[in-house]
Ligand binder design. Structure first.
Ligand SMILES: [Zn+2]
Ligand SMILES: [Zn+2]
Length: 360
C-alpha cells in the first residue's frame, strides 16, 4: 500500500525533448511512486552545461525523443511515497543527487554509485534523474528514496537547487583524500561547480583559495563568497600570477572546474611538487597536457563524476549550518513554459549569467 498522498492531479505540465534543440512543454501523466520511490512536487530545477548537451542531442544513453523530460538539479516537496519508504513523509522538503546506483554491481557495493556498472539500466534499478530517466523540468518528478535528502526550513529552495552542484565539488575533494586544512587551493572556473567548491574549500579551512576565470562578474561573486584572490585569465597569465602568489612553489591542490582546453596544463604548471589535481570538468575535445611534468613533480591527479559518496548529505549539513550559499548564484528564473529561453540564456553566456533555474 502506498502511503497517504497529498491531492495530486493525474496530469501535469512537463518539458519533453522531441529532437535536438526541440523541447516542448506538454501534458503528461503524473508518475506513480513504485516501491522505494518518492514523488516530489518540483519547486525549481537548475539548468547546467550537461542540459545543453542533452538538449543538443550530444549526451549518451538518454531515453528516446518524445518520451524524455530532462532536468537533474531539482528540489521540491514530497507529495507521495511508494511502498517501503519510511525515510520520508509527505510535505518533507528535499533536494537530490541525480545519480541513483543499481545497488548490486561491484561499484555500487563499494559506494561508487555514480560509476554504476548498470548505468542507464532501469530494469536493474539504476536511475540518473534527468539523464537516463525523467527529471525535474516538470511539475512532478519521481526519484529513488536513496537519492533524496531532507532539507530544514532554514535552507531555501534557491539554496537547495545548488546543493546537488555542491555535492559534485565535495565528492571531488572526498575522492582526493578530503583534508585541505591549511593548504593553498586554486580553482579554475567560477561557474556553479567552482563557486560552490570555493565555499566548501573555505569551510574545510583551506589556507588561501585562488579563483581563476575570465568573466569579471563571476570573479566578483567569487570574492563575495570567500575567494582570497581572483585572477582574470584574460588580463594576466594565470600561471605566472599563481606562482607569484605562492612564492614560486605552486599550490597544494588545483581543482579544474572550467572545462577550458588549456586548464589541465595550467593545473600541471601551478601545482607544487607532490600536490594534488582534481578534475571535475568535461571538455569539448581531447586535451593536451604535459604528463611527464606531472610525473616528475610527483603530482596525483584525481577525477570524479557527479555527486557521489553521500556528499550531498554533507552539503545539506553545511547549508543547514549557514555555511554554504546557493541562492546568490541564482541569477535567472524562468517559468517552465519558457524553458527554451532558459537554455538560450545559458548558451549566450552573457556577463551576468551564473545559475539559471526553471520553476514549474
Ligand atoms: Zn548539472
Ligand atoms: Zn551499480
Amino acid at each position: 500500500m502506498a502511503r497517504p498522498a497529498l491531492d495530486v492531479p493525474t496530469t501535469m505540465q512537463a518539458a519533453v525533448l522531441y529532437g535536438p534543440g526541440d523541447i516542448r512543454v506538454v501534458e503528461r501523466p503524473v508518475p506513480q511512486p513504485a516501491s522505494g520511490e518518492v514523488l516530489v512536487k518540483v519547486a525549481m530545477c537548475g539548468a547546467c552545461g550537461t542540459d545543453l548537451k542533452i538538449f543538443d542531442g550530444h549526451f549518451p544513453q538518454t531515453p528516446p525523443y518524445g518520451a524524455f523530460t530532462p532536468g537533474h538539479e531539482w528540489t521540491g516537496t514530497v507529495v507521495a511515497c511508494g511502498e517501503t519508504v519510511d525515510e520520508f513523509a509527505v510535505n518533507d522538503r528535499v533536494c537530490i543527487e541525480a545519480h541513483s546506483g543499481c545497488g548490486r554491481c561491484d561499484n555500487c557495493l563499494i559506494g561508487r554509485y555514480t560509476a554504476c556498472l548498470n548505468y542507464a539500466n532501469a530494469a536493474k534499478g539504476h536511475r540518473a534523474s534527468g539523464m537516463t530517466a525523467d527529471g525535474g523540468f516538470a511539475e512532478y518528478a519521481l526519484h529513488n528514496a536513496k537519492a533524496l535528502y531532507r532539507i530544514p526550513p532554514s535552507v531555501t529552495f534557491e539554496d537547495a537547487v545548488l546543493i546537488t552542484t555542491a555535492g559534485t565539488g565535495l565528492y571531488g575533494l572526498d575522492v582526493a583524500g578530503g583534508y585541505i586544512a591549511g593548504q593553498d587551493v586554486v580553482i579554475f572556473g567560477p561557474g556553479p561547480v567552482g563557486l560552490m567548491t570555493l565555499q566548501l574549500c573555505k569551510q574545510l579551512a583551506a589556507a588561501r583559495v585562488i579563483l581563476v576565470g575570465t568573466r569579471e562578474s563571476r570573479l566578483e561573486l567569487g570574492r563575495r563568497l570567500g575567494a582570497d584572490h581572483t585572477i582574470n585569465a584574460r588580463e594576466v597569465d594565470p600561471v605566472r600570477a599563481i606562482l607569484d602568489l605562492t612564492g614560486g612553489q605552486g599550490v597544494d591542490m588545483a581543482i579544474e572546474a572550467s572545462g577550458g582546453a588549456q586548464a589541465p596544463q595550467h593545473c600541471a604548471e601551478v601545482t607544487k611538487r607532490a600536490g594534488r589535481i582534481v578534475v571535475v570538468a568535461y571538455y569539448e575535445d581531447k586535451v593536451s597536457v604535459d604528463l611527464s611534468a606531472i610525473v616528475r613533480k610527483d603530482i596525483t591527479v584525481y577525477t570524479s563524476r557527479g555527486e557521489g559518496g553521500n556528499n550531498v548529505k554533507r552539503a545539506v549539513a553545511l547549508a543547514a549550518a549557514g555555511r554554504l550559499r546557493g541562492a546568490e548564484l541564482v541569477t535567472h528564473r524562468f517559468p517552465l513554459q519558457d524553458i527554451g529561453k532558459a537554455f538560450q540564456t545559458m548558451r549566450e553566456r552573457d556577463a551576468g549569467t551564473v545559475k539559471v533555474v526553471v520553476t514549474p
